[in-house]
Design a protein around this ligand. Structure first.
Ligand SMILES: C[S@@+](CC[C@H](N)C(=O)[O-])C[C@H]1O[C@@H](n2cnc3c(N)ncnc32)[C@H](O)[C@@H]1O
Length: 176
C-alpha cells in the first residue's frame, strides 16, 4: 500500500512539474473556459452543423466536446502543446465518447487552411502571431471566435459580454 502511495505521489509530482515547466515555456496557462461561456461561444458561433472546427490551445477539449454533442456532423479538432493537459483532454474525450481529435502540437506549426471556424482563448502575444498565420492560411469566410483577447489588426463583426475570471470580458467574432 505504501509503495502504491509513493508511486502515486512521484507520478503526481512529475505531472505538476511537467505542467509548470511547459506553461512557463509556452507562456499561456491552462485556464479552462467556464462551461457557461463554452455554451455561449457555441451559440455565438452560429454553426450550420457540418463545419471543420478547431480549438487552438484546446486545454481539456471541453469546447470541442460541447460543440460535437450539439452538432454531431462537425469535424472537431483540438491542438494542445502541454503533454499533461493534452492527456487530460484525451481522458475527457474518452469519457465523453465524442469523436473529437486532439493533437499534441504547437498551434503555430499546424496548418488550419481547412478550418471553417476556430475557437481561441489565448493571450495577446499569441493573438498577434496567429493573426499573421491566419492571413496566410485561412480561406475567405472562416470565422474566428475569441474569448477575452482580440486580434490586433482585425475589426470584429460582432461582440458579446461574458463573465471572465474577475468581472467581464468580450467574446469577439472575426470573419476572414
Ligand atoms: C487559456 S487555456 C484555454 C483552453 C481551452 N481552449 C478552453 O477554452 O477551455 C490555453 C491553452 O492553450 C495551450 N497553449 C498555449 N500555447 C500553445 C501553443 N503554442 N500550442 C498549443 N497549445 C498552446 C495552453 O497549454 C493552454 O492549455
Amino acid at each position: 500500500m505504501i509503495d502504491v502511495l509513493i508511486a502515486f505521489s512521484v507520478f503526481l509530482t512529475l505531472a505538476i512539474v511537467v505542467t509548470a515547466v511547459a506553461h512557463i515555456w509556452v507562456a499561456v496557462p491552462f485556464i479552462p473556459t467556464p462551461m457557461k461561456v463554452a455554451k455561449d461561444m457555441l451559440e455565438f458561433a452560429k454553426l450550420k452543423g457540418d463545419e471543420t472546427l478547431y480549438d487552438l490551445g484546446a486545454g481539456d477539449a471541453r469546447l470541442l466536446i460541447v460543440a460535437k454533442r450539439a452538432y454531431p456532423n462537425i469535424s472537431a479538432i483540438g491542438v494542445e502543446i502541454v503533454p499533461t493537459v493534452w492527456a487530460l483532454g484525451k481522458l475527457r474525450i474518452l469519457c465523453s465518447r465524442q469523436d473529437v481529435t486532439l493533437r499534441m502540437r504547437n498551434i503555430l506549426s499546424v496548418n488550419v487552411s481547412d478550418a471553417d471556424c476556430i475557437f481561441l482563448y489565448l493571450i495577446p502575444n499569441m493573438m498577434k502571431k496567429l493573426e499573421d498565420k491566419f492571413q496566410k492560411e485561412l480561406k475567405p469566410g472562416t470565422k474566428i471566435v475569441s474569448y477575452a483577447f482580440s486580434l490586433p489588426n482585425k475589426t470584429p463583426v460582432k461582440e458579446m459580454s461574458v463573465p471572465w475570471l474577475t468581472g467581464e470580458r468580450k467574446l469577439r467574432m472575426y470573419e476572414w
